[in-house]
Design a protein. Structure first.
Length: 411
């Protein structure tokens, strides 16, 4: 099932559980605005290259729209729409005053030089600058982008609108970024996992983890989990997959990845087939790369008892069904990876206040938000007798529906 069909399906199931009016349901599904722009840049060799950029602004009932910008060859309209919609429910689950958006450019960043990436980011910003803004739509990093990308967007946007640090989050610290934002999604994954395990009378220590993706989310999650005594027994990224049943030395792997632009060739573990990473023997599986990777082809083979969704929509609805029947507990993306956007919110607040928080305050506040989110979503599971995914969807959709109604929808 494609990403948008899967997301719409989960939304509709939640809407039915909540008994939403069908007209309100329809209005919540339709994106506020979809932007598609042509981005042509001169390559370093003087030839021209054209790319397509997208920004989908899904909903703003609860506040400015918020969400990352992805650079990846598979960026396409349905996927961006699904990701934008997920942001709307995610910011509501996290109870931060935002709506949802997502953007991206269909490109392979590994095939572009730094100066080509800079030109592409600046052209994209020129095309969308009048549709984003501190109180309208605030981009952030996602796959294939990072603090440097945000710095270029900020610089280009500021040429049109004056210095505006709060127009993007996930910036370099020297440009108004928040301490703790880089690690925030991985740290949120850690807090979410702790909350879930605690409920099952378990702790991180001694649990065996498999992590797919070793970028921002996967590598921080791996580092923080291993610091808490979790054993990372297998990791994969776009360059390959490795395993070591005694636990991979994560600090060593981070150093290797930095030097080699990937995990391939790390000598502290055995190479394995990347296609088998999700079905490796472990207690807890953390998908932290692409969407749709857990599907009906592999769901039956999954050995993990818990899945913590670091990535967005890694689990197809058909796989959800199979895993539920197998008794696998899935902590859904719109809660499990909400640590990133939560600290983005703290960054935006700091920029607006013109004040900088200590890292300890950022991490403590993040823990508070993640703990409250888990409690709120469990409450919805109880109210609607549903699993964690529907608990999170009903929680998010209900908050957005209520905000929409209170603002005067239908009047
Ligand atoms: N960066 C953030 O703050 C947040 C990211 N996410 C989600 O987390 C996921 C990962 O994002 P980031 O870590 O930011 O991206 P990133 O670009 O920093 O890292 C992506 C990682 O996935 C790996 N990868 C790509 N294709 C792969 C494949 N076919 N098999 C295995 N690994 C593969 C890459 O090699 C890299 O290690 C995405 O789904 C993103 O939407 C969710 C919430 C916040
Ligand atoms: O930090 C943000 O604003 C958005 C992060 C994001 O794109 C996501 O949570 O999927």
């Amino acid at each position: 099932m494609n990403a948008l069909a899967a997301t719409n399906r989960n939304f509709k199931l939640a809407s039915r559980l909540l008994g939403l009016d069908s007209k309100l349901e329809k209005s919540l599904l339709i994106p506020f605005r979809e932007i598609k722009v042509e981005c042509t840049i001169p390559k370093d060799d003087g030839t021209l290259a054209s790319f397509v950029g997208f920004r989908v602004q899904h909903d703003n009932a609860r506040g400015p729209m918020k969400g990352g910008i992805r650079y990846h060859p598979e960026v396409e309209p349905d996927e961006v729409n699904a990701l934008a919609q997920l942001m709307t429910w995610k910011t509501a689950v996290a109870k931060i005053p935002y709506g949802g958006a997502k953007g991206g450019i269909g490109c392979d960043p590994s095939e572009l030089s730094i100066s080509e990436l800079e030109r592409l980011t600046r052209v994209f910003t020129q095309k969308i600058h009048d549709l984003i803004g501190i109180h309208t739509d605030v981009p952030a990093p996602d796959m294939g982008t990072g603090p440097q990308t945000m710095a270029w967007i900020l610089d280009e946007y500021s040429k049109f609108h004056g210095h505006s640090p709060a127009v993007v989050t996930g910036k370099p610290i020297d440009l108004g970024g928040s301490l703790g934002r880089d690690a925030a999604t991985g740290r949120g994954v850690l807090f979410a996992t702790e909350a879930l395990l605690n409920e099952h009378g378990k702790s991180i220590s001694g649990q065996r983890f498999v992590i797919q993706g070793f970028g921002n989310v996967g590598s921080w999650a791996a580092k923080l989990i291993s610091e808490k005594g979790g054993k990372i027994v297998a990791v994969s990224d776009v360059t390959g997959a490795i395993k070591n049943k005694n636990g991979i030395d994560i600090l060593g792997l981070l150093e290797h990845t930095e030097e080699n632009r990937g995990i391939k060739g790390f000598d502290g573990a055995d190479s394995v087939d990347p296609d088998s990473i999700l079905v490796e023997d472990c207690d807890i599986l953390v998908p932290a790369a692409l969407g749709g990777v857990i599907n009906r082809e592999n769901a039956n083979e999954i050995k993990a008892k818990f899945i913590i969704e670091g990535a967005n929509h890694p689990t197809d609805p058909e796989a959800d069904e199979i895993l539920r029947k197998k008794g696998v507990v899935i902590l859904p993306d719109i809660y499990a990876n909400s640590g990133g956007v939560t600290v983005s919110y703290f960054e935006w607040v700091q920029n607006i206040q013109g004040f900088m928080w200590e890292e300890e305050k950022v991490n403590n506040e993040l823990r508070n938000y993640m703990t409250r989110g888990f409690k709120d979503l469990k409450e919805m599971c109880k109210t609607h007798s549903c699993d964690l995914r529907m608990g999170a969807f009903t929680l998010g959709v209900n908050r957005v529906a209520q905000a929409t109604i209170i603002r005067g929808w239908g009047s």
